[in-house]
Design a protein around this ligand. Structure first.
Ligand code: UDX
Ligand code: UDX
Ligand code: ADP
Length: 465
């Protein structure tokens, strides 16, 4: 079966870049990305490419080339479902904030809404592809909803987890380590659906990198991959605290262990803590699933990865307070960076949010500069915590779009995101305009501290004793 029309439900950080790249690599396929949020769709259709809702290196060029050719963004969800032979579901699956599994389980209400809408509209057989991160056995639930509420057409469900990392999404999509497709390998219809999706990726991905598995293996692989990656970050972060106490240097330790080919050199950067929409959510999900099967030791093991991450964020804000003579009340502290990593405008679960909240509890005055994150987003992140009123948040925290102005008169600078431009600043000028002693806390280990010390800064870097 050759796919000619694809619909993708959900025009976010996953759906947008993924469909743009498929459109670029498969000019013969028409792709319509739909969303319930009309502002998002308008932003994807904006003539000014600066206004796209997702910032990713090279994404705007690809959208510019494909939009209106074979890539379309629309709010007409029913029509797009009707016309497509294959439907990707890339809606958000946040952690539940209510009821059973609150704070742990994935909230599947958006997924279920999609399934019901597809069932209602579909008049021909469809292949449904799960693209969101989902708990194991979601495909089964999807199938049940589709079969029981549909018009008697045949649905095949595939799990095709996304492994792209934000900030490198386009590169990761163009040149993936692997593409994973889970399906009903036991049946002819299942294999036909799997082959249809394999054929799409085979337009640019070598066949040996396209893995096909049972649905449940595919779903669980996604959670496991993110849990292992997050575990590496928590592992090195836990060692960073020990380095500070013992006088070791976490970068030297990371380099030394990373040269063991069984460990490998990547993903060993100590930091102020991991963020992003996936790591915490997926681990909480894994913990919840393990608990629900009574596997308490397994659940506790993985939960510790999250606890170390919380500890790392708190440790950073505590270090700022204790270094500034145990009080930051009324003192200006500048944040360089708010995004959860460089080269993205996404702030979900960013360490900056927690660190800011801790310092605001100590009555600090925070000023933030981030090259890509908007003021509205920053206030929305803080307001979401419900720690204080919206007015208080706006009175205590300011957002500035000039990196030099934002540092003026500050008692301390804290680096929360590893944006490359921070390394290129005129640090002498920044020092001259700060309160003295001028403190700098590098939560990402990106600045040249030896140089900054010669200027006169008092320096702290995570993991250096
Ligand atoms: C992650 C997975 O990498 C990706 O495969 C999956 O599809 C989605 O989740 P993402 O969250 O976009 O991607 O970014 P990632 O590069 O994994 O970084 C996550 C967090 O870990 C960031 O806050 C980053 O700063 C932090 N991190 C990463 C570290 O602190 N140290 C490291 O060595 C690596
Ligand atoms: C280990 C370290 O590998 C080595 O670098 C260090 O100098 C001494 O400790 P060793 O204990 O001899 O070496 O063997 P290793 O191959 O690491 O295996 C340790 C245990 O882990 C064995 O029981 C092995 O069966 C088990 N193992 C290893 C697994 O169960 N699964 C694996 O994937 C790898
Ligand atoms: P991700 O990082 O998983 O892509 P985002 O939050 O960036 O998450 O994107 C998910 C998108 O899915 C949002 O734009 C949201 O409006 C959209 N969405 C959620 N539920 C539905 C639905 N039932 N129909 C269409 N779009 C939906």
């Amino acid at each position: 079966m050759k796919i000619k029309n694809i619909c993708c439900i959900g025009a976010g950080y996953v759906g947008g870049p993924t469909m743009a790249v498929i459109a670029k690599q498969c000019p013969q396929i028409i792709i319509t990305v739909v969303d319930i949020n009309p502002e998002r769709i308008n932003a994807w259709n904006d003539k000014n490419l600066e206004n796209l809702p997702v910032f990713e290196p090279s994404l705007a060029e690809i959208v510019n080339k494909t939009r209106g050719e074979n890539l379309f963004f629309s709010t007409d969800i029913e029509r797009a479902i009707d016309e497509a032979e294959m439907i990707f579901i890339s809606v958000n699956t946040p952690t539940k904030t209510y009821g059973k599994g609150k704070g742990m389980a994935a909230d599947l209400k958006y997924i279920e809404l999609c399934a019901r809408q597809i069932a209602k509209v579909a008049k021909q057989d469809k292949i449904i592809v799960e693209k969101s991160t989902l708990p194991v056995r979601t495909a089964e639930a999807l199938k049940s909803i589709l079969d029981n509420t549909g018009n008697g057409v045949n649905f095949q469900i595939l799990s095709n987890p996304e492994f792209l990392a934000e900030g490198t999404a386009v590169q990761d999509l163009l040149n993936p380590d692997r593409v994973l497709i889970g399906g009903d390998v036991g049946s002819n219809d299942g294999n036909e659906a799997i082959d249809a999706l394999v054929d799409i990726y085979a337009n640019w991905v070598p066949k040996e990198r396209i893995l096909t598995t049972k649905v449940w293996s595919s779903e669980l692989s996604k959670l496991t991959a993110n849990a292992f990656l997050a575990q590496r970050v928590s592992s090195i972060n836990s060692i960073s605290e020990l380095c500070e106490k013992t006088g070791a240097d976490v970068n030297e330790v990371a380099k030394a262990i990373g040269m063991d080919s069984r460990i490998g050199p990547k993903f060993l950067n100590a930091s102020v803590g991991f963020g992003g929409s996936c790591f915490q959510k997926d681990i909480l999900n894994l913990v919840y699933i393990a608990k629900s099967y009574g596997l308490n030791e397994v659940a506790d093991y993985w939960e510790q990865v999250i606890l170390i991450n919380e500890h790392q964020k708190n440790r950073f804000s505590n270090k700022i307070v204790s270094t500034l003579y145990n009080t930051v009340s009324g003192k200006k502290i500048t944040f360089l960076g708010w995004a959860f990593k460089k080269d993205t405008n996404d702030t979900r679960e960013s360490a900056a949010i927690k660190v800011a909240n801790n310092l605001l509890n100590e009555q600090a005055l925070i000023s933030v500069y981030d090259p890509k994150v908007t003021e509205e987003r920053i206030y929305a992140d803080l307001d979401y915590l419900n720690s204080r009123s919206e007015e208080e948040n706006r009175a205590l925290l300011k957002v500035d779009n000039n990196p030099y102005e934002v540092c003026e008169n500050a008692h301390a600078i804290a680096v929360l995101t590893e944006w490359d431009e921070f390394k290129t600043y005129n640090w002498q000028q920044i020092y001259d305009d700060m309160q003295k002693p001028a403190f700098i806390f590098d939560g990402r280990g990106i600045l040249d501290m030896e140089y900054l010390k010669t200027i006169g800064f008092e320096c702290y870097t995570i993991g250096k004793g």
